[in-house]
Each structure stands twice: as C-alpha cells, then as structure tokens.
Design a protein around this ligand. Structure first.
Ligand code: SF4
Length: 353
C-alpha cells in the first residue's frame, strides 16, 4: 500500500537542512516560502476575517511581486498567493506566470472558491499552479446530499484538470468548530465526490483583545482525527496539524519562522507572520527593501524577529504554523550545539511551509 506523505507538520521546516544549518550558525538565509497577500479585497464577509486588519481594497503591485521573485530566484522555491481573495487581483494570472518564470516549484493559491469557474482564474490555475486550496464556507453540513455552489465549481475545475492533463491539485480546507466525527465523514465524502484531492482541517480561531485564540472544544476532535485519516480511500487524503489542536505550552525566544516564511501584505510590506499581517508593530521590512540582496542579513530586520518571544507574542493563541515552527527551531537550536538537523521523510509540497 502506498504510504501517504504528510503535508503539514511543525517538523517540515527541518526538511530544509541547508537553511536550518544556516539558521543554527546564525547566518542569513533566504526563505523557504514567500507568502504574498495579493489583495485585502474579498467578495465574502466572514466573521473574524484576518484580512480586515488591512486597509480595504489594497492590491499588491505586480512589480513588487516581481522584485521579490527576482530577489529569491534560485534560493526560494515555494510561493503562496493569498488574500483577501487573491483571484480578484487583476494581475492574478500574471503573478502566477511570473512565479513559474522565476523557478518557483510549489505554487499554492488560497481561495474562497467563488471564482474558480471564471476563465481568467481557471486558466492560470491550470497552467501555473501546483495547488488551489479552497476554503469551504458553504458545505452542506447535515442537509441532504448535494453539492454546494463552491463544491460544484470544484467539480468543474476537476473536470478541466482531467481533460487538460494539468498537474493542478485541489485541496479543500474546513474549519472544525462545531464539527463531530459524523460531520467530518460527511464533509470528506462530499469533498471527495466533488473531485478534490485532499481535505485540510484546521481549528477556528477568533480575535481577542490580546490577539487571537482557538475556540474551545475543538481539541476533543483530536482523538478521532487519526483514525478518520486512516479510513480514507486511496487517492484522497486528510491533513491536519495536530499541534494546532493541542494545548501544550509553546516556548520560543525569537519568532524564528520569519526567516523561513516571508509574509508580504497587499501593501507590499513584510510582516513577521500571517497572523500579524497589517499590524504596524510587526512590520519588519518595506517594499523598497526588496532590491537589496542583503535584505535577509539586515540587522534591524533580524533584531525585530529575535525580539518576539512566546511570552510577549499576543497572536500565539491561534497556534498558527509560524508559532509551531518557531518552537521546533528553538528546540533544535538549544539541542544542537553545532550538530546537524535530523533527517526527515519527504513531505508533500516541501517548499510550502
Ligand atoms: S473568504 Fe477569506 S478573505 Fe474573504 S472574508 Fe472570508 S476569511 Fe476573509
């Protein structure tokens, strides 16, 4: 039986052994992944939308994306295009094509799926993207079987993949608040029926006065998730980051993940993390800096990353991936004293952290 590769894990960052070795040696490293918020615009209005923190209607200039691609060419191989809703960006196809021209290997788009059936969206996805991860906000829940509008668009896109031979994969992400084992099975079966390749489950978080926090109760799902994942038929996978569901304390001295994932908002600025995007306090570089080959060794940028610790980081309650990577990197830094990072198995989309 074929072994299903992991896609998400806090240890995925360690797969990048050269970069981890550079980090442990205190050297500047190019990021593994560029995460570009193409726009703050969206055609939905979800409660607790993280993009609301940005000024409405921002669109990342394609020239800024190009500058980043030139800066990172041959050193960084993963790019995530997110939003707002990135497919609303008039240069969506252009930025996707540019990413491929600049040798990015894993190209992921995170979308609400509302425009998957537009030619100007589906065409570039089929030609240039590795994955489109669709956030499913209209899944049918307990209602009688049938595909929601988003699932119908996924079904059409899957047909186009099969007809064109495109390597594009479709992932669906689902928030787990209020979901039990029975609803999980139902969600997996409708998502599979629509033609998606995998389902990604992540906990629902809310904004709090201090930052963000996971809504309580979802940790109960954790025990069911492993067997649920094993129960899936061949050709369909379920992924989740189990540490996001746990409550173990996280300790890091320096938000090390920011060296490995470079998060850029639609205003062109580089922020510490996805969860602090558009917060001026966590802005660590600006678009004008992207022409500098020495950006990643810039002392103020490195100092800003080093200054963020678990004890003073209000956005840590959502246990986003950057927090988890920072803890793993912290642990290996403490244990390493010059040793190499341990070897790890391969991952799906290895350049997407
Ligand atoms: S689809 Fe995403 S970007 Fe749009 S409102 Fe919802 S959470 Fe925000």
């Amino acid at each position: 039986m074929a072994v299903q590769l992991e896609m998400v894990s806090p240890f995925k960052v360690l797969w990048h052994r050269d970069k981890v070795a550079g980090f442990l040696a205190g050297a500047a490293i190019f990021p593994v992944t560029l995460e570009l918020g193409l726009t703050t615009a969206c055609n939905l209005c979800c409660p607790d939308c993280p993009s609301r923190r940005g000024q409405p209607g921002l669109f990342l200039p394609p020239e800024t994306a190009r500058r980043l691609f030139v800066l990172c060419r041959g050193r960084t191989f993963g790019v995530i295009l997110s939003g707002g809703e990135p497919t609303l960006h008039p240069g969506f196809g252009q930025v996707l094509a540019m990413a491929r021209e600049h040798e990015f290997r894993d190209v992921t788009v995170i979308s609400n799926g509302s425009r998957l059936d537009c030619d100007e969206v589906a065409g570039p996805l089929l030609r240039h993207a590795s994955v489109v991860r669709v956030s499913l906000y209209d899944w049918p829940g307990e209602k009688p079987p049938g595909l929601s509008p988003t699932l119908k668009r996924i079904e059409r896109l899957r047909r186009a993949i099969d007809q064109s031979g495109s390597p594009l994969q479709i992932g669906v992400s689902l928030l787990t608040r209020g979901i039990g084992r029975r609803q999980l099975s139902l969600a997996a079966s409708v998502v599979r029926a629509a033609g998606a390749h995998w389902l990604y489950l992540h906990p629902t978080c809310v904004s709090t006065p201090r930052g963000s926090a996971r809504i309580q109760g979802q940790e109960r799902l954790l025990t069911a998730l492993e067997s649920f994942r094993r129960d899936q038929p061949p050709g369909f996978a379920v992924h989740y980051l189990k540490q996001r569901f746990s409550s173990n304390p996280l300790v890091f001295n320096g938000y090390h993940a920011a060296h490995f994932v470079m998060v850029v908002g639609a205003d062109g600025a580089n922020y510490l993390s996805s969860e602090t995007k558009y917060q001026p306090r966590y802005r660590i570089a600006v678009a004008a800096d992207y022409v500098r080959r020495d950006l990643f060794s810039d002392p103020p940028r490195r100092a800003a990353i080093a200054a963020v610790r678990s004890g003073n980081y209000p956005a840590g309650g959502g246990r986003n991936r950057g927090v988890l990577y920072s803890q793993v990197l912290e642990e290996i830094r403490r244990a390493s004293t010059g040793k190499e990072a341990p070897a790890l198995p391969d991952f799906l989309l290895p350049h997407i952290l």
